[in-house]
Design a protein around this ligand. Structure first.
Ligand SMILES: Cc1cc2nc3c(=O)[nH]c(=O)nc-3n(C[C@H](O)[C@H](O)[C@H](O)COP(=O)(O)OP(=O)(O)OC[C@H]3O[C@@H](n4cnc5c(N)ncnc54)[C@H](O)[C@@H]3O)c2cc1C
Length: 309
């Protein structure tokens, strides 16, 4: 089911059907803060009130024309201005395919540098999300190049990738901040660990490489076992709670978010917003069968009632 949903997340014909359906729009709102920047700002304010940091993500990927990539870059400049004006504790997460990576690296890098430069002037930070494995090498290379000019940029490592350990070591050697996650895309067997237990073991291994580095990293997961392993490791190595942060997605495991904050850990909430929410929504459905069941039950309320009566 996970594979099927991830496959469907790239289906351009299904996207408008789901996105214009009232029920899916309602269910998607659990994971997406809204369609406008104002919605995202309001969500970030709420997250900050709950003593959590935020990372704003303007949804969009695989932009296929230069004008679209430039528009996305302008939007990100405006997002940083708004964060500064509102004095929010928030940075930004973006995808390189949103900045035209499919159209060529020079355009993408140029737009990224504009955004990172602007963020630097405002004392803020840009996180480059990691997309499917077709983009890993280019994302790592662009991150390294931009990181050599600006220190306020970092990327993401996906523990399901066999190559992640080497990438972590390479990026640590240039002082790069990283977010560690498990990985959300459909990947072939020769690229990624197929079994959850192997992904989890690699996650813990990479966490143990990242956290003693003295660089500020993000441990992004909702998995209590990964969180527990991190807590135990930092206790054992006497790594301070201000030296890293946990990260979770908007609308997911808010109970766990609250618990971590109560225990004195730093927590950042990733807040996606925008009209292009279909692929993000499908990846969230793919991660948890219960999400799909909830969605389908809402989509077919009458048949559900018939069965239960
Ligand atoms: C802040 C952040 C940024 C991310 N950035 C990227 C990125 O750049 N690139 C990338 O490939 N992936 C990214 N991801 C997604 C990540 O790779 C995983 O797909 C996702 O976090 C699920 O993995 P998990 O660590 O929560 O563990 P899992 O083993 O998948 O889940 C553990 C538990 O968490 C809960 N949970 C997990 N997902 C959901 C969900 N969708 N709905 C409800 N409950 C859920 C369930 O209780 C589940 O049992 C990011 C995740 C986070 C938290």
């Amino acid at each position: 089911m996970r594979s099927l949903l991830l496959h469907l997340s790239e289906n351009k014909r299904l996207a408008p059907l789901i996105m214009h359906n009232a029920v899916s729009r309602r269910v998607a709102r659990r994971f997406v803060a809204g369609e406008t920047l104002n919605d995202a700002i309001e969500a970030a304010r709420e997250v900050n009130r709950a003593k959590r940091s935020a990372s704003l993500d303007l949804l969009g990927e695989n932009v296929s024309d230069e004008a679209g990539a430039r528009r996305a870059a302008d939007d990100y400049l405006a997002i940083f201005d708004r964060i500064a004006r509102e004095k929010l504790d928030a940075n930004v997460s973006l995808k390189l395919t949103q900045l035209g990576l499919d159209l060529g690296e020079p355009l993408c890098q140029d737009l990224l540098e504009k955004i990172v430069g602007h963020a630097a002037e405002l004392g803020n930070f840009v996180r480059i999300d990691m997309e499917g494995s077709a983009y890993t090498q280019r994302t790592v290379e662009i991150t390294r190049r931009v990181r050599s000019r600006f220190t306020n940029v970092g990327t993401v490592m996906q523990a399901y990738l066999y190559r992640a350990e080497q990438d972590v070591k390479d990026l640590l050697s240039v002082g790069c901040r990283m977010r560690l996650c498990k990985g959300a895309y459909k990947e072939p067997l020769d690229v990624a660990f197929p079994k959850k237990e192997d992904v989890d073991a690699n996650y813990v291994k990479l966490m143990k490489l990242l956290l003693p580095s003295g660089i500020y990293h993000g441990i992004a997961t909702h998995d209590p076992a990964m969180i527990q392993a991190t807590k135990e490791f930092v206790r054992e190595k006497e790594i301070g709670r201000e030296q890293f942060e946990f990260q979770m997605l908007y609308g997911i495991r808010t109970d766990l978010q609250e618990q971590l904050v109560r225990q004195g850990y730093r927590l950042r909430v990733y807040i996606p917003f925008g009209t292009d929410w279909f692929p993000y929504f499908m990846r969230r459905l793919a991660e948890r069968p219960a999400n799909l069941t909830f969605f389908l039950r809402n989509l077919m309320p009458l048949s559900g009632r018939r069965h239960s009566s």
